[in-house]
Design a binder for this molecule. Sequence first.
Ligand code: FCB
Length: 458
Amino acid sequence: MRPSDLQSFPAGFRWGVATAAYQIEGATTEGGRGVSIWDTFARTPGLVRNGETADIADDHYHRWQSDLDLMASLGIKHYRMSLAWPRLQPTGTGELNREGLAFYRELLTGMRDRGITPLVTLYHWDLPQTLEDAGGWANRETAHRFAEYASRVVSELGFLATDWITINEPWCVSFLGYERGAQAPGKKDTRLAVAAAHHTNLAHGLALAAIRMIDPNLRVSNSNLVTDLVPATDSPEDAAAVLRLDAMNNRIFLDPVYTGEYSAAVHELFDEFGLRDVVHEGDLELIGRPVDYVGLNHYQRIVVSADESAGYLGLTERPAEPATTSFGWSVVPDSLRSVLARVKRDYSDLPIYVTENGASYNDYADPNGEVNDPERVEFFSGYLAAAAAAIREGVNLQGYYAWSFLDNFEWAEGYSKRFGLVYVDYPTQVRTPKQSAYWYRQLIADHEAATAEAAASN
Ligand code: FCB
């Protein structure tokens, strides 16, 4: 990133890091926590790489104070974290669990004491198992349960955080969870996925309305995974295939929140799987109520080829080159500029926060105990330069939360994918900031100095 790129980021830009409760907390049976679909999924042999579970993870439940100290020492003042629904409401209904509430009250207070501003996600994939047993996100009732949970939580914790995210990546929840079976609850049925897609959208709308009633000054949105899709060739077939995948990856979630309807492209793909049947009168009006900002997660550019023989979508996907991360995901910085520009063009001029972006590499501590990750430095540098280019094109980008603060439990990939700015040695739980963490600290300081200088000369 060049100095001129840094100057493109506005004063007050939020330089943050992100995590999710299930991926870092551990202590899955402590403090009155209930069982979540991810506990069940991880305990089922063959579903998570190497049979790993998140029972210990980063043991953040016990180490949160030193973790926040470390965050503060790295100059990080914005932290996106999530609340574990089964810790707060063990069976997904009724009174909140006092111990869970106390844990998050202390955590949020601990952030405030250290000058760290929270962005709180209410749902990052850990559905109480009891709700899954009743049909999970494919059951409309779950959306109402979520709104009740959100309302109780915000009534108790709303005074400690201004910025809230209802649901993280409804695409993963619905399609990875209920169609591909790659994530909890591991179902494989497109009709269930389509119902789950609408119900996660509805859950967002219901929770948004509930939070507005409690405190209209809180700032609320959701976080969507926005993937950059490009055709393999300039054939009309590949162009049409991109539109179909876009309807499934992006539009079924972005359209209702930002335009208040499912577009024709979405109906064309999903009516045969019951979309019209699950949308009730009034749903879209609720889902489309104004949010306060756009939360956008971005990881990949995908190359799409039409292939009539490939399922209802009729296409195949592969990562754009170079695909050099340990996940095999692409490293193409312009894809971030592209999705930011797209959201502005098609959906919204509200402030945008990149609520996740990052890369996994095979990091290790060298004999001196240092963790050098030049690839990750290059990754962030490239993607932030692309974000700066988007800002110069008029995108109202106000924050960036790097995924992730700590190496952590990467869902079905277990501990095999390290995304952290901070290395975690799992057997000892020792944390070592990587080279990228120091690089980020310097970037934050440089930006602060540059904006202070600009303000002084005005
Ligand atoms: C996102 C998830 C996040 C993390 C990253 C790598 O899809 O929201 O929890 O696993 O991918």
